[in-house]
Ligand binder design. Structure first.
Ligand code: MLT
Length: 324
């Protein structure tokens, strides 16, 4: 009798396990939709993460670049995907906050997406092509004022991180810039190195290696503290534009209705990736700061996104930024 009861208990447990395994997630490759061009800061971060997440999830994690409209086309594609845990939306302050105040989105950034985890963040960096006749930030502001309306600045479209930073720079310096939209700051950086455009207020992670290689010039990072792995680059406070702070944070979301179990698995894979010393060292070299463990939860991203919407929408609406 005892043996039978033990057998039933074992069978029930195995059945429970097998049931979980059958419905077990993930059982096929997962796709992260990056709404900006390949080779840019969002793409690079997503690919480093995807490569590490696959070992936790036991499935390939692919990165698909779906670009256009400052990232809103890629996010829309993710929102419209089946809520089965196999499509993830990569985004940031631009795509999952600013775009809601600029574009007539066909979905709600908060209620049509489920947060998975906060990702690393980085300050913006003010960079120019090498033959701009300014060596310091103060000289750069003078040069921009002397050439108001003629200085070309690369962005990833209206509302993108680089564009919001550019509008903020205009407001704080009383200058007029000529924005040149690209499908991401990856291609914008190529044109900056080629001297096709004058400036980018870029994510540090995108430009830092080209600054180190001497292919472009850096003036300051938009933070009160220097980037630990780029101590040679001053802060805006030190360089003469005090208080011009902007940090671009990123995150992962899934379509509304995605099973909680899948969200928990994805979150666990992100947490493990961010805790991996090899991954965090790569991020540190790019000037990216990994969020504290307490912020690596779906709930923390939900709270943070709402707070950023409350902060940035009035600023963006007051700046009268229009969808291009
Ligand atoms: C990119 O990956 O191109 C950037 O995230 C675009 C941006 O600055 O918003």
């Amino acid at each position: 009798m005892k043996a039978l009861i033990a057998a039933i208990a074992l069978a029930t447990m195995l059945a429970g396990l097998t049931a979980a395994r059958v419905g077990d997630y993930p059982s096929r490759p997962i796709t992260i939709i990056v709404p900006f061009a390949a080779g840019g800061p969002s793409d690079v971060m997503a690919r480093i993460l995807a490569n590490r997440m696959k070992s936790t999830l036991g499935q390939t994690v692919l990165v698909e670049n779906v670009t256009g409209a400052s990232g809103s086309i890629g996010v829309t594609r993710a929102v419209r995907s089946p809520p089965d845990g196999y499509t993830i939306s990569f985004g940031h302050l631009g795509t999952h906050v600013a775009n809601g105040a600029i574009f007539p989105l066909t979905f709600d950034l908060v209620t049509d997406l489920e947060p998975v985890s906060m990702l690393p963040s980085n300050p913006m960096i003010i960079v120019s092509k090498n033959d701009v006749p300014a060596k310091t930030l103060k000289e750069l502001v003078v040069w921009v004022k002397e050439n108001s309306g003629k200085v070309t600045v690369g962005t990833a479209g209206s509302g993108s991180g680089a564009h919001v930073a550019g509008v903020y720079f205009q407001n704080i310096t009383g200058t007029k810039l000529q924005f040149v939209p690209y499908r991401g700051t990856g291609p914008a950086l190529n044109d900056l190195m080629a001297g096709q455009i004058d400036l980018i207020i870029d994510q540090t992670s995108n430009s830092i290696n080209q600054v180190r290689a001497g292919k472009i010039r850096a003036y300051a990072v938009t933070d009160s503290k220097r980037v630990p792995t780029a101590p040679e680059i001053p802060t805006v406070d030190e360089a003469g534009l005090p208080g011009f702070y902007m940090t671009l944070w990123s995150g992962l979301w899934v379509p509304k209705g995605t099973p909680r179990g899948a969200i928990a698995e994805l979150n666990a894979a992100v947490v493990e990736a961010l805790a991996d010393p090899a991954v965090s060292e790569r991020f540190a070299q790019l000037g990216l700061a990994v969020p504290p463990r307490s912020l690596q939860t779906p709930e923390a991203l939900a709270t943070f996104q709402k707070a950023e919407i409350e902060k940035w929408w009035p600023i963006i609406k007051a700046a009268n930024i229009k969808a291009e």
